[in-house]
Design a protein around this ligand. Sequence first.
Ligand code: URA
Length: 340
Amino acid sequence: MAEEQGEQAKQLVAEGRAREEGGMSEADDAIWRQLRCHMEALRAWGVQFVPRQPPWVGSVPASEAGRAIARLATEGGPAESSPAASGVEGAERGSDLAASASAGVGSGSAGGAVSSEAAVVPVGSLFADAAGEVSEVPASPEGRRKALVELALEVERCRRCEELYATRTQTVFGTGPLDAEICFVGEAPGADEDRQGEPFVGRAGQLLTRIIEAMGFKREEVYICNILKCRPPGNRTPTVEESRHCFPYFQRQFRLVRPKYLVALGNTAVRALLQTTAGVTKLRGRVYEFQGVPLICTYHPAALLRDPSGKMKRETWEDMKMLLRLMGRPVPNPRQDNNR
Ligand code: URA
């Protein structure tokens, strides 16, 4: 491995030198300089090896994400282009995030994007302090279950966001089994969730349950949680700082639960998981990856409730069908789609 990396580095340097000596066009020169900056940034983040092509292209994919994407590629993939940004974003609670939704910064594959032209900012720039927190994951299911309970208790004591700590009734950690097939990730608890201590139990939650059932699952079979574990007062959109405070909890929860697929519901979840400033309207319709797990983005159920045209509902159902194909599961009868 070390030898391979050395060879790769030597080859890159040789290629660079050849370009520099061979007299490049201005455009080539700019690309070469950008590439060099990119490589240096990667090295600074501790990346020591970059495969020449993603492992799932033309070879047996190594990760579950790779396998799923390869399956989708052979069985017919999602629409190639995501719908044009309509200016209507899927964030819950009358979010102000829509305005900045299409203001993506940079591009590339940071933040776990598997297939995307989406604007994705480098890992760590939104949640720099969250990225470093890595904790041990127990090997046994009992160990993981116990660690999850301990994590939930730690969350209960959390005072990182003064305002949320002062106004919450209780924290809302998450529900569902270990190794869940799917983990749905929302924004933050609302009033009902704050009262009951369980995510997605209000109107948006009931719609989410119907979506889950329409996909052929029972609610208890999937994992459901939020980026924030406390209700923002008045159901306001969480601040970036609040997301950053809470994200390490999600990361630990995710590692302990080990879901096979992730669904980010709405802008807050999409932005935290993909480390992006782009919005769900732009990012839905494609498959991404979060720490080796395939991730898709779709509208928040609360946004569906506010869309009288039904367009968002139809698009959400398209996203769920894409996920089912990705998972290699049967897609429910299309005749029923009209009613969803
Ligand atoms: N909206 C969310 O994002 N999460 C919930 O748990 C409920 C509503």
